[in-house]
Write a protein that binds this ligand. Structure first.
Ligand SMILES: Cc1cc2nc3c(=O)[nH]c(=O)nc-3n(C[C@H](O)[C@H](O)[C@H](O)COP(=O)(O)OP(=O)(O)OC[C@H]3O[C@@H](n4cnc5c(N)ncnc54)[C@H](O)[C@@H]3O)c2cc1C
Length: 637
């Protein structure tokens, strides 16, 4: 099957304008007749639901948390990119586009990325109008800082709480529409299935987490904004409820899953400190603006950092990559940290950490300036580690953080299933094989505020859809399937906790499909995952009942999906015989140990189709065509 990305014709810079003009419109009176389901209330879902309702559509908006404000997006710390060039340091839409394409190791679609860069500037204006308290310069202009993979400062921020402030903006817009009756909120609901009728997405099934009731909801279109699956690694920086279930269930209903092996390991997280830890904490990439990364030059050196003289420190990123220094992209920084630890230069008790040192910045700018920029992050670090980063360097290590893979979408952000749109981290679209810092918030808000309001109109006005209610047999079938699965989970009655099995899955993936991969390791991982899945269905313990609040049941459902999805992730990694961005297969590296792509054979999106539980998934390839940039070996030297 040939996947059609529906990329508009014409010059790159004119595609979006042309497309918006050509898309069919729904007249205001007709918008009232259409209902749209939006799953998710993070930056992608919140902005989409608010914008669609503002246009006049009737929106049903679902989330797992008790309030839309608690979506995982609230955790975003460092900032949001835009090509405003307020710093006059050479930024432009083209440069943001190019940096993103290059940062993603030439594995993203040119047209989508260019649109993202164009729209980035509107996002900042929109958010300022909402009252988002972005940091400002002394003269009142919005301030910027630098993030990895860029040599310009284009990141807008609100201290270390940018996601929270942006989410409050989206939430305010959303609540305005709730008050107007255009949006009905469904908190504490978990999507358990997608309903497809005549090949079109027409509804969802959710479990009411308080009463346990399975509810059916029909609509003219479904917009999924359910975030990323980094929790498949068990330990990650994501919120505990982040999951793959929603997108994986859609995959099982026919939506293609694209590039599942593109996962991002973030270089600056607080290192793992115990076996029974359930969560990892990010130290924002913004810290690499002022913090310097180093390890002792001598392997096995266990002296405390302040006893290691300057001449015996290796600022390995600055030395190896003089142009970008500490601000190389995340995949590069993470692999280098691992490389240093593999050489026995890692620090701290476990040896799985490197230093991030603010001594020089504090000497240069003063403690107050550093506290103003990163105060809440320093406080968070001290609370968790009992070490004061103003006095001694932070210890950091890479951790699973973000995923570039997700459901396949075309230029309109519609999946291969008509009527199913996918936004934000849940889709695969804009970051290729590695996302640059501060670009996820940009993408989520671009998708929700500026893309879906146009493209969904084109779909609704341009397709015939029969009247559908939840009495349709497809809904009954889905209720039957979902209820059976819940009963099966509750009846396993084994001995191992679901968390324990999830932890083991995380170990397998981290070991064999994490920062560095090999064919041999991937084959082993696949076998181990299959065995573990078998054990889950035979020997896990899911207490309680389905008819009330049962977090063990919720978790078990998510882990069951992770156990299936993990195999797809590994299959995808095995199939991609090259290294690119976050996907690093040891067999494919340059002499300097950088990722080595194979553009001749792998310059494509790998989109996987579900074929049945006991059948191999089928691979569909969307070729990536680069007409505006030249494919080169990435260099940050
Ligand atoms: C610690 C941390 C810091 C970060 N900092 C930055 C940063 O500074 N800049 C940047 O650009 N990016 C950052 N990121 C990445 C960024 O925060 C995320 O990629 C982005 O917020 C995802 O937004 P989203 O709307 O797609 O999904 P989310 O915010 O994850 O929202 C998902 C929504 O879907 C709902 N949902 C999920 N599954 C279901 C289901 N089965 N049923 C019903 N509802 C469901 C959830 O309840 C939630 O409302 C950071 C990430 C982390 C982990």
């Amino acid at each position: 099957m040939q996947l059609d990305a529906n990329i508009p014709s014409g010059p790159l810079s004119e595609k979006w304008d042309k497309h918006r003009f050509e898309l069919k419109l729904v007249n205001p009176a007709n918008k009232r007749k259409y209902s749209i389901i939006v799953v998710g209330t993070g930056l992608a879902g919140g902005s989409a639901a608010a914008s669609l309702a503002e246009l006049g559509y009737y929106v049903k908006n679902f989330c797992i948390q008790d309030s839309p404000r608690r979506a995982h997006s609230i955790a975003a710390q460092g900032g949001i990119n835009a090509a405003k060039n307020y710093q006059n340091d050479g930024d432009s839409i083209w440069r943001l586009f190019y940096d993103t394409i290059k940062g993603g190791d030439f594995r993203a679609r040119e047209a989508n990325v260019y649109r993202l860069a164009q729209v980035s500037n509107h996002i900042i204006d929109h958010c300022v109008a909402q009252g988002i308290p972005f940091a400002r310069e002394y003269g009142g202009l919005l301030a910027n800082r630098s993030f990895g993979g860029a040599q310009v400062a284009r990141t807008f921020y609100a201290r270390g709480q940018t996601g929270q402030q942006l989410l409050l903006g989206a939430y305010s817009s959303l609540m305005r529409q709730v008050a107007a009756g255009q949006v009905t909120l469904f908190p504490r609901r978990e999507m358990l299935d997608l309903v497809v009728i005549n090949g079109q997405a027409r509804g969802i099934l959710v479990r009411n987490q308080i009463t346990g009731e399975i509810e059916s909801h029909a609509a003219d279109a479904v917009v999924m904004c359910t975030g990323g699956y980094a929790n498949v690694f068990y330990l990650s920086t994501n919120a505990m409820a982040s999951n793959v279930s929603a997108t994986f269930r859609a995959y099982k209903k026919g939506a293609f899953f694209a590039n599942p092996c593109y996962t991002q390991i973030h270089p600056t997280c607080i290192p793992v400190h115990g076996t029974y830890q359930s969560k990892l904490t990010l130290m924002s990439e913004s810290l690499r603006n002022d913090g310097r990364v180093w390890v002792p030059k001598m392997p096995g050196d266990k002296r405390p950092p302040n006893q290691i003289p300057e001449s015996e420190r290796d600022y390995y990123l600055e030395n190896k990559y003089p142009s970008f220094g500490n601000l190389v992209p995340r995949d590069v920084a993470s692999r280098n940290a691992k490389g240093q630890c593999d050489l026995d230069k890692g620090v701290g008790e476990t040896g799985f950490a490197v230093y991030l040192d603010f001594k020089d910045a504090i000497k240069r700018d003063g403690k107050d300036v550093i506290a103003q920029k990163y105060g809440n992050l320093f406080q968070m670090y001290e609370k968790i580690t009992a070490s004061n980063p103003y006095e001694e360097p932070m210890m950091i290590y890479p951790a699973s953080h973000y995923v570039m893979g997700g459901l396949w979408v075309d230029y309109n952000l519609m999946s291969n299933l008509p009527g199913l749109f996918v936004l934000g981290e849940a889709n695969f679209s804009d970051h290729g094989a590695n996302r640059l810092g501060a670009s996820a918030l940009m993408q989520g808000l671009a998708d929700g505020y500026f893309v879906i309001p146009y493209t969904i109109g084109g779909y609704l006005a341009g397709t015939d859809r029969p009247e559908v209610t939840t009495d349709h047999p497809a809904f009954k079938d889905a209720v039957h399937y979902v209820s059976e699965r819940i009963n099966k989970l509750l009846s396993i009655n084994g001995k191992r906790t679901v968390d324990d099995i999830h932890r083991q899955l995380g170990h397998i993936l981290w070991e064999y499909c994490g920062m560095s991969r090999s064919d041999e390791g991937l084959l082993k991982a696949r076998k181990l995952i299959q065995e573990l899945r078998g054990e889950f269905w035979e020997n896990s313990l899911v207490p309680g009942s389905s008819e009330d609040f049962n977090q063990s049941l919720e978790r078990a459902g998510r882990v069951a999906d992770f156990l299936e999805f993990a195999e797809l992730l590994v299959i995808d990694a095995f199939e991609r015989k090259e290294s690119c961005g976050g996907h690093f297969n040891e067999a494919y590296q340059t002499e300097e140990n950088e990722a080595k792509r194979d553009d001749e054979n792998f310059c494509h999106v790998a989109a996987w189709e579900y074929k049945g539980d006991d059948t191999e998934p089928e691979l569909h390839k969307e070729p990536l065509v680069f007409k505006n940039v030249q494919l080169t070996q990435r260099s940050y030297k």
